[in-house]
Ligand binder design. Structure first.
Ligand code: PEP
Ligand code: MN
Length: 438
């Protein structure tokens, strides 16, 4: 069971590196660097994922479509962390359920693209494949894939993770601070609702304090890192053998997923992830068949180990109620209980003028469809996977501040897919909390 077997298999969505000697040098450097996460942490996440699979916890995954090196700043990272933690408090409060928190961060630097090249005004250059591969700017120099960018992605990820650990362990995440997390925001229905909920949490905490409760558990949170395991050279270089158990872990993040475009069961991505012990996910879109899903389940989770596998469904709001039920039933009939996670973003991308966007209402509708399907079948809606940022961007249409088609231009900053802004993220959390409670 060689970790390198994937090298003999077809691998989609890999960059065309111009110089293999440079690639080898960068990979040698990556192999010499310390792991970003530890096996014990990945195991702990796996235990929590098992609870989500059994309907005893709910997973929240959020972050950028693609992180960018320039955005790995203290403010932007803090805003993202705060958004995820606020959403998690809303969900915990609304549904009285533990929330497993994961950031699409500290490693989300590589993107699959529909074409290998991009042409503008007669000039054809390599497509932007994420900051770990090339730069977004449309010049021959910027678009040339450079393996040393993977090393930079590692260092940016390390710095990001360091800040995540500081924020979540150093007092910022203390539940007694929930009200202060929102200070500085203007009046808005989503914020007003958040303030109200924060007051209730404060009152509950004061009540417990008066009863002499111990607050150790409220002081820190676990926020796990996750990204798409797309660049095989990067993921392989960070795959390490745990000295305690002798098992392999992909130490680039706690949780890795395979994207919709690289999930072939005989392909390199599934093969590499089948050999690591992290909890892992696979994205599945509306064209997947029940046979495909069962083959994925057998390849990645042959033993049916609790918490090992998450199936992240991204069907589109108009398809989810029709295409999801037969898949869920087939998996259940096979005796398996993966974590079912709803990605309401990737099946609902539209164009408005020159912008790639999504409608808030459509996003909510897919989440609602996902809950309906699982409620009808008696299976567990296990989590939510969204693209978000902690900033006040205008990339998704709608929400209570009603970003309209003209409004998109105001602050459209993503280099790939449109993200929920801070306030839209809170609104999604309030709505999902209601669905979870129902
Ligand atoms: C993504 O998560 O940004 C992505 C490319 O998703 P998918 O693989 O579901 O298309
Ligand atoms: Mn995306």
């Amino acid at each position: 069971m060689s970790l390198d077997e994937y090298r003999t298999l077809p691998a989609g969505q890999q960059p065309t590196w111009p110089d293999v000697g440079v690639l080898e040098a960068a990979c040698t450097e990556l192999r010499s660097l310390p792991p970003l996460v530890f096996a014990g942490e990945a195991d702990r996440l796996r235990t929590l994922m098992a609870q989500a699979a059994a309907g005893e916890a709910f997973v929240l995954m959020g972050g950028d479509c693609a992180e960018m090196f320039v955005d790995a700043s203290a403010d932007k990272i803090r805003n993202k962390i705060r958004t995820i933690l606020q959403m998690a408090v809303v969900l915990t409060h609304g549904a009285s359920m533990p929330i497993v928190k994961m950031g699409r961060m500290a490693g989300q630097y590589a993107k699959p693209r529909s074409s290998d090249v991009e042409t503008r005004e007669g000039l054809t250059l390599p497509a932007y494949r994420g900051d770990a591969v090339n730069a977004h700017e449309f010049t021959p120099e910027a678009r040339r894939p450079d393996p040393w960018r993977m090393v930079e992605a590692y260092h940016r990820s390390a710095a990001t993770l360091n800040l995540v650990r500081a924020f979540t362990m150093g007092g910022f995440a203390d539940l007694r601070q929930v009200a202060s997390w929102n200070r500085g925001f203007m009046a808005n229905p989503a914020y007003a609702r958040y303030e109200e909920m924060a007051d209730e949490v404060d009152r509950a905490v004061s009540f417990m304090a008066a009863c002499g409760a111990d607050f150790e558990a409220l002081k820190t949170v676990d926020l796990f890192s996750a990204h798409e395991a797309l660049l095989l050279d990067y993921e392989r270089a960070l795959t390490r053998i745990d000295s305690r158990s002798g098992r392999a872990y992909d130490c680039s993040a706690h949780f890795l997923w395979v994207g919709e475009r690289t999930r072939e069961v005989d392909g390199a991505h599934v093969n590499l992830l089948s050999k690591v012990s992290n909890p892992i996910g696979v994205k599945i879109g509306p064209r997947v068949t029940a046979e495909d899903v069962l083959a994925i389940v057998r390849a990645l989770d042959p033993e049916g180990a609790p918490g090992r596998l998450a199936l992240i469904t991204r069907m589109g709001a108009d398809r989810v109620r029709e295409v999801l039920p037969p898949l869920v039933e087939a998996v259940r009939e096979a005796g398996r209980e993966p974590v079912w996670i709803c990605d309401p973003m990737h099946g609902n991308t539209i164009s408005s003028g020159s912008y790639k966007t999504r409608r808030f209402e459509t996003i909510i509708d897919e989440v609602r469809g996902f809950f309906e399907v699982h409620r009808t079948l008696g299976t567990h809606p296990g989590g939510l996977h969204v693209e978000l940022t902690g900033d006040d961007v205008t990339e998704v249409l709608g929400g209570s501040e009603t970003i309209d088609e003209q409004g998109l231009a105001r602050r459209y900053e993503t280099s790939v897919d449109p993200r929920l802004n801070h306030q839209q993220s809170l609104e999604v959390a309030f709505q999902a909390a209601e669905m979870l409670r129902a």
